[in-house]
Each structure stands twice: as C-alpha cells, then as structure tokens.
Design a protein around this ligand. Structure first.
Ligand SMILES: Cc1cc2nc3c(=O)[nH]c(=O)nc-3n(C[C@H](O)[C@H](O)[C@H](O)COP(=O)(O)OP(=O)(O)OC[C@H]3O[C@@H](n4cnc5c(N)ncnc54)[C@H](O)[C@@H]3O)c2cc1C
Length: 384
C-alpha cells in the first residue's frame, strides 16, 4: 500500500478562464441579490476554484490507467515530470472500458456520425500512434455492404471522405478471403487499428521506462493526492461529473484459422456499424453495439447480431470458436464529445465515448500543452 498524502492548496498559476460568465456581463442593477451562503457552501466554492498545481517539480498523479490515463501519464513522464499512475484494478485491466474496445483508429469512418473535431483530433492521434508504434501495420479499413443495404452504403460514402471506391476485384485484391463476396467496397487507406490489451500493457511499460511509476490495486480519489492531479477515472468520475452517462458496447471474440483478414472490415448494418477486426493468433473481435444502458450484460439479440455480421462477412466464421463475450460502458457527456475540465485542484479528461483509442493521444497532448505552457484549447477545455 502507498502512503495517503494530505491535501494541499495548489500553487497559484496563470489560469486563464475560458468562458466569461453571462452574469458578469449583465448590468449590476438587474441582478437579484445573492442569497446568503452557508459556511459549507463557501468552503465548497473555495475548493472548487482551486487551480491545479502546475509547478514543474510538483509530483504528478494520474488516476485511472485506461487508454486516457495511460497516454496522459506517459506524456507527462516524457516531459520530465515525476509521475505516478494509480489504477484500482490489477494489471489485467478488466475494470477498464478500454479492455473491451475494438481499437479502431477510424477518423474518416467516424465522421459519418461525429462532430468534425473528432475527425481532426483523430488524425493527430493517428500520427502519434504511428510514431509510438512504428512496427504496427496501419493498413486502413474496408467498408462493405450486402445488396439489401446498398442505400446505407451510398449514404455512408457521401458522408465520409478519405476513401477509394473498390469494385469486386478491388475488394478481392485487398482482402483475398473476401473474393466473390462483395460487389463493391470503400477502402480508407489512412485509417488503422491497434490491439487494445496489447497497447495498454505496452504504454504502461513505456511509462516505467520513462521514469514513471504505476501502482495497480490502488484506488484513489483526487482529494487523496497532492501536487498535479489528472483524473482519468472514466465512468467512476461521476462523483465529480454527474452528467456523465455510460453507453454500453457489446463485443465478441472468436477464433478461427479458416479466414485471414489484414484490416478491420466494417459491414453496413441498419442499426449500428458492425465490424470484424483481425487480432493476433487467429482471433477476431466482433464489435460493437451502442446501447443506452448502464448494465454490463450482453443481450442475446446483440450477440446474435454480432455473430451474424461475422457470418455475413465470411461463412467460414460459422465454424469459428467463441472465445469471449463481454461489454463495457463508454463514458459519455450529453454531447458525446470529450472534455478536459480544469479546476477543483485537478485536470479531468473524460467523455471519450466511442473514440477513446482514436482520441486519447491528442487529448493527452492538449493536456500537456496546458500544463507546460498554459495553452488553452477552447474546443475541449472547460475551466471550472
Ligand atoms: C465494445 C467497445 C468497443 C469500442 N471500440 C472502440 C474503438 O474501436 N475505437 C475507439 O477509439 N474507442 C472504442 N471504444 C471506446 C473506448 O473503449 C473508450 O472511449 C475508452 O476506453 C475510455 O477510456 P478511459 O481511459 O476514459 O476509461 P477506462 O478505460 O474505463 O479507464 C478508466 C480507468 O480508471 C480506473 N479507475 C476508476 N476509478 C478509479 C479510482 N478511484 N482509482 C484508481 N483507478 C480508478 C478504472 O479501473 C479504469 O481502469 C469502444 C468501447 C467499447 C465498450
């Protein structure tokens, strides 16, 4: 067990306010008299206004070793800070949503249903992933549809950029296992994917190589810690961000040596984009549903749809073995956009929703730019 440290006021820092309050701009005469506040309310307000401790020699603590915390801790350590990453679970990371993710890095495909900032930050993240894992093949992604879903396919093509249209021969050339199965496809050559469980472990290892420390089975709250505190607790941060909600994503892992794919294959589906992602050792991840529910159980209908999607991509998946079925809760704000909140003696990064792997490196870079140089990005940062 590590020592529990007493809380301390953060050092005063140049802490620009992102949004001027509407109240401040209204004439004083029109304002209602402020209600008297109790001592407890005043103390809470004082605590809220405390700035994070940005001094270079202050210890930096990151809470939560999912994909967000892992990248934030690594960049802070590489910037020369003394970093400790705290994780309540063990090194298997099964308590993290990141454990259940597909690891698709698909800024172009995601543009179909997400704000432009997701695509922009996603492109920056892709660069960072490529630099961090140069040995990983970022092979693009392929979108296919059966004739009955052709209208959805055309709509998807119109809503996205960065793709090349392929005919049946083009699909077969790209993925020989799919020869004769689809009349056309959309190839997004600049996309990629990573294996979440492998890269999480590698990022943790690189944190230690960069001089940082990681403590598993160490549950922390921001109040427990001194110095610079970065809160990356995902869904568990609802005590500080009550508007966070969990959006269930269900997935299945299957195994077969009968099919070989070199990149994720997305199949048009009327309800959600379903994809088959090749993983090491003949494993394939089938994902993912998007359900407004906060239980972490897999519905029969979802499992049927995921397995049917694989079967529709290639019938040999019908002979595959089921290795794992699971679900995770994606932490999401009401606008489904990520947020870096600065204040309450901490910096909190959350709301990565469907895009944790796509956005984590770029968000970590923005956090670092704020910590090192006070740079504010109005798109994602909120000062409390
Ligand atoms: C099925 C599925 C498929 C997905 N596919 C993709 C995809 O292809 N591409 C993509 O970009 N995104 C994908 N996502 C979304 C992505 O997984 C999430 O956006 C991302 O994992 C959120 O990361 P996080 O670090 O914020 O949260 P988490 O991964 O949940 O990490 C938070 C960590 O904090 C720890 N913690 C909590 N409280 C404490 C505490 N008090 N003390 C210490 N530790 C604590 C938790 O144990 C956890 O490990 C998918 C999600 C699901 C469910």
């Amino acid at each position: 067990m590590h020592q529990r440290l007493e809380g301390r006021r953060g050092a005063e820092s140049a802490h620009p306010s992102v949004y001027a309050s509407a109240e401040a701009s209204s004439p004083a005469t029109e304002r209602a008299p402020a209600p008297a506040r109790s001592a407890a309310e005043l103390a809470a307000a004082a605590l809220r206004s405390e700035k994070p401790d940005l001094r270079k020699d202050a210890p930096a603590s990151v809470i939560g070793a999912g994909i967000s915390g892992a990248w934030q801790a690594l960049l802070l350590a590489r910037a020369g800070r003394k970093v400790t990453l705290y994780e309540r679970g063990d090194s298997a990371m099964t308590q993290a949503t990141s454990h259940w993710a597909g690891g698709m890095l698909a800024p172009y495909c995601e543009a179909e249903g997400a704000e432009p900032m997701v695509g922009e930050m996603g492109l920056r993240s892709l660069e960072m992933w490529r630099k961090e894992f140069p040995e990983t093949a970022f092979n693009g992604s392929l979108v296919v549809a059966h004739p009955r879903d052709r209208a959805d396919f055309e709509r998807f093509a119109k809503m996205t950029t960065g793709h090349k249209r392929l005919d049946a021969d083009g699909v077969a050339e790209l993925e020989p296992a799919l020869a004769g199965r689809f009349r056309e496809g959309l190839y997004f050559p600049d996309e990629g994917h990573v294996e979440p469980r492998l890269v999480l472990a590698q990022l943790h290892k690189r944190l230690i190589e960069a001089g940082g420390t990681i403590l598993f089975e160490s549950e922390m709250t921001p109040e427990d810690l001194d110095g610079l505190v970065i809160d990356c607790r995902g869904m568990a941060a609802r005590d500080k961000a009550p508007e966070l909600r969990g959006v269930k994503g269900e997935m299945v892992v299957i195994k077969t040596a009968e099919v070989t794919l070199s990149r994720p294959v997305r199949l048009m589906h009327p309800r959600w984009p379903l994809y088959v992602i090749p993983r090491e050792n003949n494993h394939f991840m089938l994902g993912a549903t998007t359900v407004e529910s906060e239980d972490e159980l897999v519905m029969v209908r979802s499992a049927l749809e995921l397995l049917s999607a694989a079967y529709a991509v290639h019938p040999a998946f019908g002979e595959a073995h089921i290795v794992e079925i699971g679900a995770g809760l994606r932490p999401a704000f009401p606008d489904n956009l990520p947020r870096i909140a600065i204040g309450n003696r901490r910096i909190a990064t959350n709301g990565l929703y469907r895009h944790g792997f796509l956005l984590a490196p770029a968000l970590a870079e923005k956090m670092l730019n704020y910590v090192e140089r006070g740079e504010i990005d109005n798109q994602v940062m909120r000062c409390l």
